[in-house]
Design a protein around this ligand. Sequence first.
Ligand code: ATP
Ligand code: MG
Length: 245
Amino acid sequence: MSDVPKSHPRYLSLTLRDRIVSGVEQGITSIHGLIAHGRGEAFDYLIEEKTQPFALAAIRAAASMLCLAEHPVISVNGNVAALVPEHLIELGQLLKAPLEINIFHTEAGRERKIQDYLLKHGASEVLMPTTEAQLSYIDSNRRFVHPDGILKADVVFVPLEDGDRCEALRKMGKEVVTVDLNPMSRTAKQASVTIVDNVVRALPLLCKEIKVISVDSVTQTIITQYSNEAVLQEALQHISRGVDG
Ligand code: ATP
Ligand code: MG
């Protein structure tokens, strides 16, 4: 870790950079993940690095959708594994859902390294992609999935998703819950529920919400009344108000 004093005005942001860099050094995060993180930082700046009301509304809908799911699965890539391993595991335990590794860049052994990293942090079940099960509508390496995981899932939680796979999952009839700081990304637009927030703030809040939610008719109503389009519009309006000064 670099020697950032706690008094530094950008301490938190610099700590997150350290986590991602450490992920790359440990071989769990792709070097390309640094670029994705940088794009996230820029959008985080535009929402004042705070969880805004549009994110809270999405977190509420996400909690309802995940609690009502019959077979929820949590898809993990190298960035989220480096940033929030404990909360991914907590979410899996709360939902009784497996974690499944799914990455775009397959540098040698990285999938196995992410799996080991999560197991070391206390995960009980971490599924790996297989060649037996493939998603339709997608050509990249991310089409390979586990037959008892993403292939079977009715709701997939995929923070920091790539637009191609989000589209493929939706075409296959699955609901997608994502966390993406960019409200204009293809993922943000195509997901069923998009939490426009930093994954390091959104995941603890999502876990908290799931702990207090009681699954009843209200839960279904929250989903029915939720509009992802409206939430993305609110995020964009918030950003433009800031840019206009
Ligand atoms: P898409 O494929 O959906 O159009 P993209 O190609 O622009 O998106 P990707 O590299 O596929 O981007 O995905 C990374 C996404 O994750 C970016 O939209 C980025 O803003 C977002 N992101 C990066 N770091 C974080 C973070 N810590 N929390 C939430 N979102 C993040
Ligand atoms: Mg992409």
